[in-house]
Design a protein around this ligand. Structure first.
Ligand code: AMP
Ligand code: TRP
Length: 344
């Protein structure tokens, strides 16, 4: 039995999160994740943000598309305000310690835990026998992403809550099985009005890159006209907007548009409703379009500019990976020692 290395209270605060480079970034990613990554970037707490390319290939990715999406995601991170001088930006496959720790966690996590994951159930559906083994093991790799840095806080959208609970279970079981306090019990950070942005076509479904309908989402690369058109066509109900949040209950489409307005403006839902309560959608939608274009257009313009500088992006990713490995390598070494691997 190895000595207890650290206790939970002694973990230095550290932020980690990841996004898959598969398909275009959309408004849900921006409000649920990216914008909040930027808010957490500061000089005191170390922040690591990862393009999780190994997660992306759990379902088929065309190699050329994967390369492009990884660079585009990096461009999106920077255009949205992440600064490679302040945050460590890198892609997962350049830091092999993620996969190495994931193997250990594959041996800690239980089949039953994985089978309960709603994302697995949704993605595999009736076709589980034909899914990749990687898709099933996906949450163990995600736990490794986080715990290889001893990250204490993970900003994500609402849909990732269950995966973060599993990350805590894996950390606790590892600590318990080996009699150590080695991995922190990570806190999910799921805050704000827009942690679950819904589809423009169906207010009960989340906005997602895998939705076949492009009209269901705003992509970060959409131009001003496209954004305005998608908002104009977004599904709503015939009522005017209420003046209080409780008037949005049972009105998923109205609630979604108000949440998006709140998320983009930085106002609370109550503040938004005190301004727009009583207005019809015919009046509110143009206000939302104007705000969305004002916030998103500069980001997409900057993304397009950065995509012209592929070498620069590759340099940023390589530098980020070497910084990330400096943190990850000693944690992996210690994990191997705890597990009893000779030569660690
Ligand atoms: P993904 O695109 O699935 O890799 O998700 C990347 C990040 O965006 C995660 O933190 C998700 O929780 C977040 N996210 C994805 N879709 C939405 C959505 N519709 N609303 C809010 N957050 C989202
Ligand atoms: N599973 C996350 C998603 O699809 C992406 C992800 C992978 C992630 N590893 C992570 C998010 C670690 C936070 C922390 O949204």
């Amino acid at each position: 039995m190895t000595e207890a290395v650290q206790t939970s209270s002694t973990f230095t605060p550290r932020v980690f999160s990841g996004i898959q480079p598969s398909g275009d970034l959309h408004l849900g990613n921006y409000l649920g994740a990216l914008k909040r990554f930027v808010n957490m970037q500061n000089d005191v707490v170390q922040t690591l943000y990862c393009m999780v390319d190994m997660h992306a290939i759990t379902v088929w990715q065309d190699p050329a598309d994967l390369q492009k999406a990884t660079r585009e995601l990096c461009a999106g991170f920077i255009a949205a305000g992440l600064d490679p001088q302040k945050s460590i930006l890198f892609n997962q496959s350049q830091v092999p310690e993620h996969a190495q720790l994931a193997w250990i966690f594959n041996c800690v996590a239980r089949m039953g835990w994985m089978q309960r994951m709603t994302q697995w159930k949704d993605k595999s559906g009736k076709n589980a026998q034909n899914m990749s083994l990687g898709l099933f093991a996906y949450p163990a790799l995600m736990a490794a992403d986080i715990l290889i840095y001893h990250a204490t806080q993970v900003p994500v959208g609402e849909d990732q809550k269950q995966h973060l609970e599993l990350t805590r279970d894996i950390a606790a079981k590892f600590n318990h099985d080996y009699g150590v306090e080695f991995f922190p019990i990570t806190e999910p950070v799921i805050e704000g009005a827009a942690t679950r942005v819904m589809s423009f076509r169906d207010g009960t479904k989340k906005m997602s890159k895998s939705d076949p309908s492009d009209a269901s989402r705003i992509n970060m690369t959409d131009d001003a006209d496209t954004i305005a058109k998608k908002i104009r066509k977004a599904k709503t109900d015939p009522e005017a907007l209420p003046s209080e949040a409780k008037g949005l209950e049972d009105r998923p489409e109205a609630r979604n548009l108000v949440n998006i307005y709140a998320g983009l403006s930085g106002l609370s839902v109550d503040q938004v409703l005190s301004d727009v309560g009583g207005k019809q959608f015919s009046e509110f939608k143009p206000m939302l379009s104007e705000l969305a274009v004002a916030k998103l257009a500069p980001i997409s313009t900057e993304m397009a500019r950065l995509m012209q500088e592929q070498d620069e992006i590759d340099k940023i990713l390589a530098h980020g990976a070497s910084q990330a490995r400096e943190i990850a390598a000693p944690i992996l070494k210690k994990t191997y020692e705890i597990v009893g691997m000779v030569g660690a």
